[in-house]
Design a protein around this ligand. Structure first.
Ligand SMILES: [Zn+2]
Length: 322
């Protein structure tokens, strides 16, 4: 039997848990409600209890846990520094130490987007070793990311390298949650797409979207926008503009790093070719200093499993990112 590893993905509303192998075979998967109002200690106790019960069903003790957290952390100590979407923001919570005490095996923490980048690099498009340098965007409620340089996930001194959703795209654009104006996240995230689509729908310019959602703004999402785009031309334009913004962001990274691969992950990447085509075109148009034909630009091969598989990889490597 191959060694078993555990993976956890801490989110604002749910926590995804999985057990699997270093090669990404998922043997069991479950999720629990975060109930973050109970505070970090109770949340961590419940994660530990669930993992213990979960592992019992396999009859095998995991050899490590790789866990993604939504924010900043000290990678070396496994202490969270700032999780903006959770109550009390989990400042200085020694997650690694607490979970190791409960579980009795090593625990490794990483920012959730960086963890997904690790998963994609090790087990997705980068699996064959062809993506020594890779840029990964995770486009969902926000835009996160991770950058692999010469085979190593770049964390930087604060673990914050790879926050590529917060590069300036429009100098005096919308105010971002980070405090800057015109970040990529304010222009191309799921909520940014939905907000513009709702405006178009209310102006009567998107009959297909209106029919699909019954005019209910709560049902307007990147998925319903993509489904309606075949009929509603303004939505096709919206997706093209979103792709251009992402393409400018990707192009900046291509210029800086000349990567082998750029991957678009997260929920919005479900738009597929509709979004990829303008990204590719924009990168070609904006990067003029060297030929970019060799830079592959793809939607995530692992989709919503990237983070889970990244957790298994991190656990199997025992936190060694080299
Ligand atoms: Zn920002």
């Amino acid at each position: 039997m191959s060694d078993l590893y555990a993976s956890a993905d801490l989110g604002g509303t749910t926590i995804g848990l999985a057990l699997g192998t270093a090669t990404g075979e998922i043997l069991a998967q479950t999720s629990l409600l975060t109930q973050s109002h109970e505070g970090p200690e109770r949340v961590l106790e419940r994660i530990a209890a669930a993992l213990v019960a979960f592992a019992k069903t396999t009859g095998q003790q995991p050899r490590g846990l790789g866990m993604g957290v939504p924010g900043l952390l000290d990678f070396a100590t496994g202490t969270t520094l700032f999780l903006p979407n959770l109550p009390t923001q989990w400042r200085n919570v020694p997650v690694k130490a607490v979970l190791e005490r409960h579980l009795g095996y090593p625990v490794f923490l990483l920012n959730d987007a960086r963890l997904a980048a690790l998963g994609e690099n090790a087990l997705g498009w980068g699996r064959d070793g062809s993506a020594r340098t890779m840029v990964f965007f995770t486009v969902g409620t926000g835009i996160g990311g991770g950058v692999v340089v010469d085979g190593r996930l770049r964390l930087g001194p604060l673990g914050a390298a790879g926050e590529i959703g917060h590069q300036t795209i429009v100098p005096n654009g919308p105010l971002c949650g980070c405090g800057n104006y015109g970040c990529l996240e304010t222009l191309a995230s799921g909520p940014a797409i939905a907000a513009e689509a709702i405006r178009l729908m209310r102006s009567g310019m998107t009959p297909a979207l209106h029919a699909r959602t019954g005019g209910d703004a709560n049902l307007v999402s990147p998925a319903t926008v993509a489904e309606s785009a075949a009929t509603d031309e303004p939505l096709r334009d919206l997706i093209r503009r979103t792709g251009e913004y992402l393409g400018i962001g990707a192009g900046n990274l291509v210029t800086a790093l000349h990567p082998d691969l750029v991957v678009i992950g997260g929920g919005v990447s479900g738009m597929g070719e509709l979004l990829l085509a303008p990204i590719r075109e924009t990168v070609r148009r904006r990067v003029r200093m060297f030929p970019v034909d060799g830079v592959r630009i793809e939607c995530s091969q692992l989709g919503d499993r990237a983070g889970t598989l990244g957790g298994l990889v991190l656990a199997a490597r025992q936190g060694d990112l080299n």
